[in-house]
Design a protein around this ligand. Structure first.
Ligand SMILES: Cc1cc2nc3c(=O)[nH]c(=O)nc-3n(C[C@H](O)[C@H](O)[C@H](O)COP(=O)(O)O)c2cc1C
Length: 326
């Protein structure tokens, strides 16, 4: 006797009573009827939801949904049911008395001997214990998705710069150094973000610049570098901060003679970042040098500009950008 034959010999009434006693909430729907209505619910379902079987037989299960039900989960359900795929989702449902609960819902298509789906089985589990943890996981998931997006933006900027350099035939040792510096500017953005899971949207500029510059000038004697970074509570999104870091990196490379002063502050609606050294004034960034083009292009992308002016001690390279980006 095959397994199927053995199963089909179980009396229907026994099967029904058995399903009713299962301590798991179950529903069976019939997709051959209009709007895939419920044809069976067991006792655990009525206990979980507070609805009487007679009130819900013939209805689609979506009556359990409400205001805070996650549309993305409903869409996943719809697509999986349409494709006759097994699916598990966690979604917000409502009991008959209006109380919300987290439902871990597993749906399985049931096929007849010809492989045709004749019914769907749904198992509902109360997922209350997990909801705090779930919220944290969801936050991390969102953060990772956002990071994936930012990594794409940053890498494409670096790749564009590197291509330009390869085209201009920079020495390969020098190229490796340049790329390493740029990667450092970008990886710092990610370090700061992962230290602050939960408040990932914005990165404080002061903290970022202080760390970036410290890592770039760490081999210089401290009397040769003066830092005056205070941009208050100005924050930018990670893509913008990465671009500022790359532009400042180019400025640091150019202004590298004698004692340097590196300042950043807010002046009305403008953030000013200045690096002064004792070098002679040049045509940078208009001199068609690669670093001038890169810095000017990065500044333009964030609505700012780079420039160079003479000072008493030598020269000042400036990056000005709006406090609030368009
Ligand atoms: C067997 C089965 C059980 C289901 N159980 C639930 C449930 O407990 N809670 C819920 O919100 N949706 C449940 N659904 C999903 C809805 O019935 C519906 O398929 C979903 O809302 C997507 O379709 P819609 O966009 O037409 O509403 C179940 C579906 C099936 C087939």
């Amino acid at each position: 006797m095959s397994d199927r034959d053995r199963q089909s010999s179980i009396p229907r009434s026994l099967l029904r009573r058995g399903l009713n006693e299962v301590p798991l909430s179950l529903v069976i729907t019939d997709p051959r009827q209009d709007d895939n209505p419920i044809v069976y619910v067991n006792r655990a379902f009525t206990e979980l939801t507070g609805y009487e079987a007679s009130a819900i037989i013939g209805r689609n299960c979506r009556f359990l949904q409400g205001e805070d039900t996650e549309p993305s989960m409903v869409q996943e359900l719809r697509e999986s049911i349409d494709a006759e795929r097994q699916v598990t989702v966690d979604l917000t449902n409502y009991r008959a008395d209006g109380e919300a609960f987290c439902n871990r819902l597993m749906i399985t298509p049931l096929k007849d001997e010809n492989g045709t789906v004749t019914h769907f089985l749904g198992v509902q589990t109360l997922w209350e214990k997990q909801s705090a943890e779930r919220a944290t996981l969801q936050r991390i998931d969102d953060a990772l998705r956002q990071m994936q997006h930012d990594v794409g933006n940053h890498l494409s900027t670096i790749v564009a710069i590197t291509r330009l350099e390869a085209y201009q035939g920079a020495e390969s040792d020098q190229k490796a150094d340049l790329i390493a510096d740029r990667m450092e500017a970008i990886s710092l953005v990610y370090e700061m973000r992962s230290a602050a899971i939960g408040q990932l949207e914005e990165i404080p500029l002061s903290a970022y610049l202080t760390q970036l510059i410290a890592s770039r000038v760490r081999e210089e004697p401290s009397e040769d570098v003066e830092l005056r970074i205070d941009t208050g509570d100005v924050c930018y999104d990670p893509t913008t901060v990465g671009r500022i870091g790359l532009a400042v990196g180019e400025m640091l490379r150019v202004a590298s003679e004698g004692k340097r002063t590196i300042g950043a502050w807010v002046d009305g609606s403008t953030v000013r970042i200045e690096i002064s050294d004792s070098g002679e004034i040049s045509d940078w960034p208009e001199d068609k040098s690669l670093s001038g083009r890169i810095a000017a292009d990065l500044a333009r992308r964030i609505g700012g500009e780079v420039s160079q002016n003479a000072s008493q001690e030598g020269r000042v390279l400036s990056l000005n950008l709006p406090v609030t980006l368009a």
